[in-house]
Design a protein around this ligand. Structure first.
Ligand code: URA
Length: 295
């Protein structure tokens, strides 16, 4: 395949929603480990001759094993050194420092967006198609914070535009809000492959940016949608089902901001019976917003 055909195939996979790539045939890693351990235990031939494998031959003891493995796909070889390798592994101290410095350097929301765009320390940016920053009105009194973009958000470059986004729009509409009267973002601006939950180090890497984002937008109220945003921003181990609906203080910037953890719209799609809890949370939010508007 030439590079253009390969690129077309990869685009086809991405458009079809393939989030992760794996081998065509399964590889039995347990078998590989067992074989390697057995090979290590076998007595080594006592010879001073250079190892036969240097010349492309297998030692006799390994030949039956090699016949068996010849019918399987060869084990993946280590990749050649990758200039981006440091960005594809668990980040080091430098990545956290870069995140903090970049976030702190932003003095406006547009500067923050540019700073995030220049942040190379989070491996998620390499598998995502786009950076998903925010949607809605940054001057709105209420800011909603979700988890991370999904497939639709990654394709469109905006948060909450897929099925969960439609549910969020219905939640907003239920209390007279829309994307002109609310500001919407996520903890993580890049889609985790296969929509997996972001890893703790990914959340920590992106934390300086979301904290600066809230400080710069300075909403009167923050609503955390779901477990990831609620637990990490409110610094609690308690699950969303036990803390939802309880007003708390979110500490960022000069003064604490009233914060309301509630259930994630994607969770409601899977558990529609839980909508009654969110309805109670929304009514509580509406009451606070009306009190703020009344001064
Ligand atoms: N789920 C989220 O948490 N955020 C999105 O933007 C979409 C789905």
């Amino acid at each position: 395949m030439n590079s253009a055909e390969l690129a077309a195939l990869l685009h086809f996979y991405a458009d079809s929603g393939v989030g992760e790539l794996c081998e065509d045939a399964p590889i039995d890693r347990f078998m590989q480990t067992t074989e390697a351990l057995q090979a290590r235990k076998r007595p080594q031939p006592q010879t001073n001759a250079p190892a036969a494998v240097v010349h492309g031959q297998q030692p006799a003891a390994a030949s039956s094993q090699s016949a068996r493995s010849a019918s399987r796909k060869p084990a993946p070889q280590p990749l050649a050194p990758d200039p981006q390798a440091s960005q594809l592994t668990v980040p080091g101290v430098a990545a956290f420092e870069q995140a903090r410095a970049l976030a702190a350097s932003a003095n406006s929301i547009s500067e923050l967006r540019a700073a995030l765009d220049g942040f190379t320390g989070c491996n998620l940016r390499h598998s995502a198609k786009s950076m998903v920053f925010a949607d809605g009105n940054p001057e709105a009194p209420v800011m909603f914070i979700g988890e991370a973009p999904g497939r639709d958000e990654d394709l469109q470059g905006a948060p909450f535009v897929g099925r969960a986004g439609q549910m969020l729009d219905r939640m907003l509409a239920a209390i007279g809000l829309d994307r002109d009267s609310a500001y919407i973002t996520n903890m993580i601006p890049w889609r985790p492959p296969g929509n997996r939950t972001p890893a703790p180090h990914e959340i920590e890497l992106c934390r300086p940016f979301i904290e600066r984002h809230v400080a710069l937008a300075a909403p009167k109220i923050v609503v955390m949608l779901g477990n990831v945003a609620s637990k990490s921003l409110l610094n609690t181990d308690k699950g969303i089902l036990s803390i939802r609906g309880n007003w708390m203080d979110y500490h960022v910037g000069d003064a604490p901001i009233p914060a309301l953890p509630t259930l994630h719209p994607a969770y409601l799609l899977r558990n529609p019976a839980q909508k009654r809890f969110v309805w109670a949370d929304l009514l509580s939010l509406q009451e606070r917003l009306e009190a703020l508007a009344a001064g």
